[in-house]
Design a protein around this ligand. Structure first.
Ligand code: SF4
Ligand code: SF4
Length: 379
């Protein structure tokens, strides 16, 4: 039985546009974000509303390919395609955009995107360390100045502190929801967990989102304790890792679960990476924000030991039987990192990894199904 409260998460993205209308009418700006490195606490402390604009559907890609090369990651092409065709209501609602210098394709795409809407680019170092932390803190300060000038509102330490506490609470609650799937009974499918985490980017009111997460975790705990509503008690447990997925680009996740397995955790930016790690609540709030965000273990970091540490933790907590590593076509950073992940998971945890490289189109679905089914058979 699907938790009854999931219906509320299903509709959140649609309600977002109605929810932000009165906010926009009263002068609040909407800031479009494309990446987990964007510090939402600053956006909200400036009285603006953040919205996730990462493209997850195939439809706008042909339009993007009139400008961008075809051999580019579908996420980048889809994001730009939505902008250039003006077919995404969330992009239309955004007054400003923020991007970060992550992978080469994405950071160069922002040069095109900046011609459509005002875009602030944060320069992200490719590793953490004393010098890089100081540099990134400078970038976080520059973003603060940009937001203050755009919104005409000073970002006070008090407002920032309140937003840090609120976002930390959301992160703790998402971790709590995830933890209900640790036991043999998994009460929430990977597809539903994706809906829950994705809703974070489309919640105009994080307080209301946090309240819904509290209700969800209570319902999941009850379902899990009753043991009657497991997604499937004897399903193979899969740890999904790699590139982000979302509504429209969830074909691999869907295939895994249609094949009888369950994704117990998604180590990606649409999953655990988006809520793992809290911002310290004491001390200088800007420095605390800079530290937390620079520790996100995206494959654009080199070396990227943080990803292996996160995989270790998730393996201990969620006890997967196997790993599926998703790389979008032409995502060089995740693709190059893939053998490192596979070797680590085998040597340290004895877990096999299935590496899948694909795009947003459905042409290879049946081929992928065969590969996923064959992989599940060996687990
Ligand atoms: S995978 Fe990397 S570039 Fe993509 S959203 Fe996550 S942090 Fe950003
Ligand atoms: S999936 Fe890879 S290529 Fe695409 S935006 Fe993310 S890091 Fe860049």
């Amino acid at each position: 039985m699907r938790p009854s409260i999931m219906e509320r998460f299903d509709g959140l993205a649609d309600r977002f546009l109605a929810d932000i209308e009165p906010l926009k009418d009263s002068g609040s700006l909407v800031v479009g974000i494309y990446c987990t490195y964007a510090p939402v606490e600053l956006v909200r402390a400036a009285g603006a509303v953040p919205v996730g604009l990462c493209g997850k559907k195939q439809a706008p890609i042909p339009a993007a390919e009139r400008t961008l090369p075809a051999n580019l990651c579908p996420l980048i092409k889809s994001s730009y395609g939505y902008a250039v065709t003006d077919t995404c209501p969330y992009f239309a609602a955004a007054d400003l955009l923020v991007g970060e210098t992550t992978c080469d394709g994405k950071k160069k795409m922002y040069e095109h995107l900046g011609k459509i809407k005002p875009l602030h680019l944060m320069h992200l170092p490719a590793t953490g360390g004393e010098a890089q932390d100081a540099y990134w803190l400078g970038e976080v300060r520059r973003f603060k100045t940009f937001l203050e000038s755009a919104t005409g509102r000073a970002i006070t330490d008090e407002a920032l502190g309140a937003e840090i506490r609120l976002q930390n609470e959301v992160r703790r609650l998402l971790s709590l929801v995830l933890s209900t799937s640790r036991g043999p009974c998994v009460p929430l499918s990977g597809l539903d967990m994706l809906r829950v985490t994705e809703a974070k980017s489309f919640s105009a009111d994080p307080h209301a989102y946090a309240a819904t997460l509290r209700e969800l975790s209570a319902e999941l705990e009850a379902l899990s304790a009753a043991g009657t509503s497991c997604v499937s008690a004897d399903a193979r447990r899969i740890l999904l890792t790699g590139c982000p997925v979302g509504r429209g680009s969830e074909k691999l996740l869907r295939l895994i679960e249609e094949s009888g397995a369950v994704v117990v955790a998604a180590e990606n930016c649409s999953g655990v990476k988006s809520f793992d790690g809290l911002v310290e609540e004491a001390g200088d709030p800007l420095a605390a924000i800079a530290r937390r965000y620079l520790r996100i273990p995206c494959s654009v970091m080199t070396p990227n030991a943080g990803r292996l540490e996160l995989l270790d933790r998730l393996t201990q907590e969620m006890r997967p039987h196997g790993v599926v590593d998703l790389t979008w076509h032409c995502c060089h950073t995740y693709n190059v990192e893939s053998p490192i992940v596979a070797a680590h998971m085998l040597e340290k945890h004895g877990l096999p990894t299935l590496h899948i490289e694909t795009d947003y189109a459905d042409a290879d679905v049946e081929q992928l199904r065969t590969r996923v089914e064959a992989f599940l058979e060996i687990l």
